[in-house]
Design a protein around this ligand. Sequence first.
Ligand code: VGL
Ligand code: ZN
Length: 204
Amino acid sequence: MEIRASDVLIVVDVQNDFCPGGALAVPKGDEVIAPILRAAPRFAHIVLTQDWHPAGHWSFATAHPGREPLETVEMAYGEQTLWPEHCVQGTWGAELHPELDLPQAELILRKGFRAEVDSYSAFYENDRQTETGLAGYLRERGLKRAFFAGLAYDFCVGFSALDARELGLETVVLPEACRAIDLAGSASEMKARLRAAGAVEARL
Ligand code: VGL
Ligand code: ZN
């Protein structure tokens, strides 16, 4: 696939906590790094995202006495999966993986920093109303086609790519450069949703 000057590679949440040894390790999460580093030189523009929660974030099971990780609770904005404490601002787990060597990245977008709202998507928080600013950033910079890689395919990568489609961006997912949590079929469900939304897959 030909890469254009108006393309952007969006590398989602390649952080220590989502890699082996981290608090919310995605199986083989660190395997996304090599394909990302192989694809990166072809892009004139790279954006990184960082899940960035305050201590006590409401998506943490520990914020809900008696509840366990992977249970769901009803929040003001609907159903929310509970997670182990992860990506707490300023901690090792929240840092980008040290092998994700992309000094040319132009933006590091942090999300999930409001205590009471989770944010899977890099565009809208889970209330589906609060904007992160990324849509405006891409628009102002003339970036029209978004390529997605990172963690986790069935959560932050997938919801970001679905929102990119909704925003009218051409959307390409790089499956070799993603790994899934895969809770109860969530990876195949996301794959079907992405296809239905018009996101395409590519191998670079
Ligand atoms: C993510 C669960 C909770 C992700 C972030 O990056 O996919 N998943 N927070
Ligand atoms: Zn999170």
